[in-house]
Design a protein around this ligand. Structure first.
Ligand SMILES: O=C(CO)[C@@H](O)[C@H](O)COP(=O)(O)O
Ligand SMILES: [Fe+2]
Length: 231
C-alpha cells in the first residue's frame, strides 16, 4: 500500500446548455440533484467561437449560493486579465487554457495569490508535456475531450491516454475531464483515472439529473476502489 491518497470523486455539471435565463434556479437544481460543484463555462468569442458570460454574472450568483464551489472554465484570450475580477466575484477555481497563456508560471502564481485553486486546461491538440515543467504550480488539470466552444459534442476517447499518463505520474492530482461525458462514456473516463467529472447536456437535459449524477459517481468510485485494491 503506498502513502498516496487518491483524490475523491467530484461531479460538476456544466450549465452551458441549461436555460441561462434562469441561471440561479438551474444551478440550484444541479446542487439539489447531488452535484459536488458547478462548472461555469466562460467564453469570449476569441479563444472560442462562442460567447457566454463573465464575472458580473458570477458575482450575482455567488450570494444566492454562498457555499457552492464555482469552477470557472476560462475559454478566453489573455486569461491573466480576469483573475482579480473572478476572485472578487467569488470563484473558487480558475481554470485557464495553456494555449491562451504566454507566461504559465506567472499566471499560476497570480491565481494562487488571489485565493483560488489553479486549473490548467488542455485542448485536444495540446500535448500533456506542455504543463509538466509547472506541476508544482497547479491543483487541477482539465483534459478537454471535445474542441472547446460548444456543449453536446462527441466525446474523444483518444484523450484518455493523457488522463492515464497524468494519473500514473501524479497520483494525488485532481484530473478533470470535460466534453461529451455522460452515462455512455463515463466508464473509460473513470478507468483512465479522472476524478473531477464535468458533464453538461447528459445531466441538464436528463429527465432526472440526480439519476445521471449518481450513475457517474458510481462509475468513478468503483474505478477508484479498484485502483486502490490493485496497489
Ligand atoms: O467547456 C465545454 C465546452 O467548451 C463544456 O463544459 C461542455 O459544454 C460540456 O457539455 P457537454 O459536452 O457535456 O454537453
Ligand atoms: Fe467546460
Amino acid at each position: 500500500m503506498s502513502g498516496h491518497t487518491h483524490p475523491c470523486c467530484k461531479i460538476g455539471p456544466s450549465i452551458l446548455c441549461a436555460d441561462l435565463s434562469c441561471l440561479a434556479d438551474e444551478c440550484r437544481r444541479m446542487i439539489h440533484s447531488g452535484a459536488d460543484y458547478l462548472h461555469l463555462d466562460v467564453m469570449d468569442g476569441h479563444f472560442v467561437p462562442n460567447l457566454t458570460f463573465g464575472h458580473p454574472i458570477v458575482k450575482c450568483l455567488r450570494p444566492k449560493m454562498p457555499d457552492v464551489y464555482f469552477d470557472m472554465h476560462m475559454m478566453v484570450q489573455n486569461p491573466e486579465k480576469w483573475v482579480e475580477s473572478m476572485a472578487d466575484a467569488g470563484a473558487n477555481q480558475y481554470t485557464f487554457h495553456v494555449e491562451a497563456c504566454e507566461d504559465i508560471p506567472a499566471l499560476c502564481r497570480k491565481i494562487q495569490e488571489s485565493g483560488m485553486r489553479v486549473g490548467v486546461g488542455l485542448k485536444p491538440g495540446t500535448p500533456v508535456e506542455t504543463i509538466l515543467p509547472y506541476s508544482d504550480l497547479f491543483d487541477v488539470v482539465l483534459i478537454m475531450t471535445v474542441e472547446p466552444g460548444f456543449g453536446g459534442q462527441r466525446f474523444m476517447e483518444d484523450m484518455m491516454s493523457k488522463v492515464q499518463y497524468l494519473r500514473t505520474n501524479f497520483p494525488d492530482l485532481d484530473i478533470e475531464v470535460d466534453g461529451g461525458v455522460g452515462p455512455s462514456t463515463i466508464d473509460v473516463v473513470a478507468e483512465a483515472g479522472a476524478n473531477m467529472i464535468v458533464s453538461g447536456t447528459a445531466i441538464t437535459g436528463a429527465t432526472d439529473p440526480s439519476q445521471v449524477i449518481a450513475l457517474l459517481r458510481n462509475s468513478v468510485e468503483n474505478a477508484i476502489q479498484k485502483s486502490q485494491l490493485e496497489r
